[in-house]
Design a protein around this ligand. Structure first.
Ligand SMILES: Cc1cc2nc3c(=O)[nH]c(=O)nc-3n(C[C@H](O)[C@H](O)[C@H](O)COP(=O)(O)O)c2cc1C
Length: 173
């Protein structure tokens, strides 16, 4: 499969089976995240793998977006070490969210390669989840990534195919 074929085969999965993700598959997903580029290679990402029944249940009480996945990866970053654009100081880009987003994207695509589904989730109460999992004060949560085997009747939502055409937003200067 080419990279484009792999990327096109991914869609946001919102229904998973109970089947657990094997450790070998999870390790590959984590490794794919680990080789992602980050600003100045600081690697401010923090990764929490949520798998215990108790933790999944508590998380599901805070957001509807666990979707029955047996594994949820919580991605956060260290606010003290993220890169900050020196040209713009406070107003400039802070790289934490960007770094974590690239890590998560690598993970999503590796999960696809492993025949697993994922869904990027921002719809959760960050502070409450940080409190639930006892994240240190210097860490900011960014997204949840439910990972698992795709339910037989899962299908992409209607908007999955609706990509703008390139000439709507690409400008050659
Ligand atoms: C930054 C970001 C945040 C998202 N947050 C959520 C979310 O909280 N819940 C959800 O069900 N899907 C969420 N999604 C999935 C998008 O809705 C989905 O990617 C988009 O509708 C395109 O569909 P597709 O992923 O199937 O191609 C999010 C995606 C991104 C990139």
């Amino acid at each position: 499969m080419t990279f484009l074929e792999l990327a096109k085969s991914r869609y946001s999965v919102r229904k998973f089976t109970d089947q657990k993700v094997e450790k070998e598959k999870l390790d590959k997903i984590l490794e794919a995240g680990n080789i992602a580029p980050t600003a100045k290679n600081i690697q401010p990402q923090r990764v929490y793998v949520i798998q215990s029944e108790e933790a999944l249940k508590k998380l599901s009480e805070l957001t509807p977006c666990v979707f029955g996945a047996s594994t949820v990866i919580l991605l956060a970053y260290d606010k003290q070490t993220e890169w900050t654009n020196p040209f713009e100081s406070e107003k400039g880009i802070h790289s934490g969210v960007e770094d974590v987003s690239i890590v998560a994207t690598h993970m999503m695509l590796e999960a696809t390669e492993q025949g697993l589904g994922t869904c990027w989730v921002n719809y959760f109460p960050n502070s409450k989840v940080e409190e639930l999992f006892d994240l240190p004060d210097n860490e900011k949560s960014v997204l949840l990534l439910p990972v698992g085997y795709i339910a037989e009747d899962s299908k992409p939502t209607a908007n999955h195919e609706s990509c703008k055409s390139l000439n709507e937003y690409v400008k050659y200067l």
